[in-house]
Design a protein around this ligand. Structure first.
Ligand SMILES: [Zn+2]
Length: 125
């Protein structure tokens, strides 16, 4: 969907300018850095409440995390997509945060970094 690079908001196909600032929309997907200054999304949650709980859990471990909700980003749909409530952390804390959330198993769907798939589908040697 087209997006406004100024506001970091996505718009429906066919919209050509931002309703907030009037800028011409850019084609394609929102860049990853819409999550904030180089913060990395590490997990997705079914609800903002669960994400907030996980955020508190990470805070106890000394990791600062930010809950990012789709409500802020998708316009004018105003529909919360379950997997679009994500928890983002500073890059240095991403690996630790993933490990902690994995141990806690708080209903989070962990978001992997871009890693090449190593598994081979074929089994013939
Ligand atoms: Zn805008």
């Amino acid at each position: 969907m087209p997006y406004c690079a100024e506001c970091g908001i996505e718009f429906l196909e066919g919209v050509v300018s931002c309703s907030d600032c009037g800028a011409t929309l850019a084609p394609g997907l929102l860049p990853a850095d819409v999550y904030g200054p180089a913060w990395i999304p590490v997990a997705a949650f079914a609800s903002p409440e669960e994400a907030a709980l996980a955020r508190g859990f990470l805070a106890e471990e000394g990791i600062e995390a930010e809950v990012i909700s789709a409500e802020r980003r998708i316009f004018p749909i105003h529909r919360v997509v379950a997997s679009d409530t994500v928890l983002a952390v500073p890059p240095d804390d991403a690996a630790t945060a993933r490990a902690l959330l994995q141990q806690a198993e708080r209903g989070a769907v962990l978001l992997e970094e871009d890693e090449p798939a190593e598994g081979n589908a074929g089994g013939n040697a």
